[in-house]
Design a protein around this ligand. Structure first.
Ligand SMILES: C[S@@+](CC[C@H](N)C(=O)[O-])C[C@H]1O[C@@H](n2cnc3c(N)ncnc32)[C@H](O)[C@@H]1O
Length: 213
């Protein structure tokens, strides 16, 4: 069973910090067409883009690093459909349980990437706990981060796909790993995707999975 840490969500909006409890986040999610949880969101550019284009969705950007979140959260749309949560992905807050209809993990590094490669139960149980049955999970992995962790792009992608499958996230219909080149990275609305597109190793792979019921 998932063990999710902390009963309240620690949130930031610019320089302001506040907390939301499970009832508060459930109220924000109620009646929405979908709820996106972007894990390891960095400056939150990706969820902000979704929040702007899908005002009927609630988007949640989550990262362990407060500084990056401060900058991005300042640009959240006024409609209140984007929130930014400080948390460790290896100890996801229980207030997020069963909320997400879509989870994204874009270009993880550090303990987030290691957790995916090492089949860390704390991370995988948490991912399952926050996702509704049928939720989509998109995971984009870049060649440089995988190389630093000792994996080639192909083998690292295959390993994470295997780990996700074992955790109950099967391949989405028609969705094997999709290789991303510089053009595909430029089209991805995340800060790290743009950096990679213009860097020395503009290669990545995108895994599309679905949480089994
Ligand atoms: C390369 S950046 C990618 C940021 C963003 N997803 C993007 O595409 O621009 C990796 C992010 O993963 C976050 N991260 C790494 N380990 C984490 C963990 N255990 N929990 C939460 N975030 C983590 C880092 O703080 C960093 O912001």
């Amino acid at each position: 069973m998932a063990v999710l840490a902390g009963s309240r969500l620690e949130c930031v909006r610019g320089k302001d910090a506040f907390t939301i409890d499970a009832a508060g986040i459930a109220a924000l999610a109620r009646g929405r067409a979908g709820v996106l949880l972007d894990i390891g969101t960095g400056d939150g550019r990706y969820p902000l883009q979704v929040a702007r284009t899908r005002p009927d969705w609630l988007v949640i950007g989550l990262d362990a690093c407060r500084e990056g979140l401060r900058e991005g959260s300042r640009r959240a749309p006024r409609g209140g459909n984007a929130i930014f949560v400080i948390a460790n992905a290896l100890a996801l807050p229980p207030a997020l349980a069963g909320l997400a209809t879509r989870v994204t993990i874009n270009f993880p590094w550090g303990s987030l990437l290691a957790g995916l490669l090492d089949d860390d139960a704390a991370l995988l149980d948490g991912l399952r706990a926050v996702s509704r049955p049928g939720a989509a999970l998109d995971c984009r992995l870049n060649g440089g981060a995988l190389a630093e962790a000792g994996w080639s792009l192909g083998e690292g992608g295959a390993r994470v796909r295997q780990v996700l499958r074992g955790a109950g996230f099967g391949d989405a219909a028609g969705g094997g790993p999709l290789e991303l080149d510089a053009a595909a990275l430029r089209a991805c609305p995340s800060t790290w995707a743009r950096r990679l597109a213009h860097g020395r190793d503009p290669r990545a792979v995108c895994l599309h999975a679905v949480r089994q019921g």
